[in-house]
Design a protein around this ligand. Structure first.
Ligand code: GLV
Length: 322
């Protein structure tokens, strides 16, 4: 099916966002629940004026060219936009938008869940019971990291999500350190946070949580040489993007006991999960659930639609990528 000047929506969005798309009074080409194949993507985009996509679709120069010169906006339903070739879009006069601000709290909630799960061995305990392993309470049984006994949480990327994590972490009596930020902080936040360059943050933290975007500068920010700086009991939490961590280096550090554990919501080759991670008891794994909460998903999808609608109507997009 090839429309002209249509809105291409490769994956179903939330019901309210789909209704708003239908009300745009433009032809719609809608995919399905699952991601499109590359061929479906190239076919669906042909002739489109707008694409409202998700983080699973790669929007590169080939997709932009397949769309044609009438394409005006790529509205990504995610705050991260590493799946979109922004430079190629700009060269073609296409606006790229993302969904900042609406998913900070949900992602920070999941992050705290993962911090607790890996520090207090919650998922490991759940697996133990499900396996039917005999157990009895004991003073030395499944003892984890005591977060509220002066542990330090190191936040890499002190943007909206990192700061939302910091607010939650303080309620758990964690000491918060973070990498330097350009964000405008209020006085309380500034007073409650110690800013450290990455190497020192890695040396000092009991838990390191990643909240930076994936860019050429942050790809494999966590790799053999940076992992060498962490304390052997330290825990790594990643709810950012899989590519920020070199999986091979992390697996080696975990296997050799050079790091205490990890909780990972994102992976380098999503949806594939490195099978070596599945073997490690001190690793908690979730399938990219950071923003997977009902009101948050609705807000993300509706913001993506609002971005597309604005550009199609000749107005500025509410949230263009920076
Ligand atoms: C999810 O990973 C997002 O970038 O919104």
């Amino acid at each position: 099916m090839e429309e002209q000047d249509h809105v291409y929506v490769p994956r179903l969005l939330t019901g309210d966002a789909m209704a708003e798309l239908a009300a745009l009074d433009r032809p719609l080409v809608v995919g399905r629940e699952e991601p499109p194949t590359r061929e479906e993507m190239l076919a669906g985009v042909a002739g489109a004026a707008a694409v409202v996509c998700t983080l699973t679709e790669r929007v590169d120069a080939a997709v932009l060219d397949a769309a044609g010169p009438q394409l005006r906006v790529v509205a990504n339903t995610a705050v991260g936009f590493d799946n979109v070739d922004v430079a190629a879009a700009r060269e073609r006069g296409v606006v790229v938008t993302n969904t900042p601000g609406v998913l900070d709290r949900a992602t920070a909630d999941l992050t705290m869940g993962l911090v607790l799960a890996v520090a207090r061995r919650i998922a490991e305990g759940d697996r133990l019971l499900r396996r039917g392993t005999p157990w009895v309470w004991g003073p030395r049984m499944m003892v984890g990291l005591d977060l509220s006994a002066g542990a330090t949480l190191g936040i890499v990327g002190f943007g909206r999500i990192g700061r939302a994590v910091a607010r939650r972490a303080r309620a758990f009596d964690l000491r918060v350190v973070a990498t330097p930020t350009r964000a405008a902080l209020d006085d309380d936040e500034r007073a409650a946070t110690e800013f450290l360059e990455l190497p020192e943050l890695l040396r000092r933290s009991d838990v390191v949580s990643l909240h930076c975007p994936l860019t050429p500068d942050t790809r494999h920010l966590v790799r053999a040489e940076t992992l060498a700086l962490v304390q052997p009991h330290a825990l790594l939490v990643n709810t950012a993007r899989g590519g920020v961590v070199d999986t091979d280096a992390l697996v080696a550090a975990l296997q050799e006991g050079r790091i205490g554990g990890a909780a990972l919501d994102v992976f380098e080759d999503e949806p594939d999960v490195d099978p070596r991670l599945l073997e490690l008891e001190n690793v908690v794994l979730t399938p990219h659930l950071g923003s997977a909460a009902a009101a948050t998903r609705s807000a993300m999808c509706r913001l993506a639609v609002a971005n597309a609608a604005a550009v199609l109507a000749g107005r500025p997009a509410p949230t263009p990528v920076p």
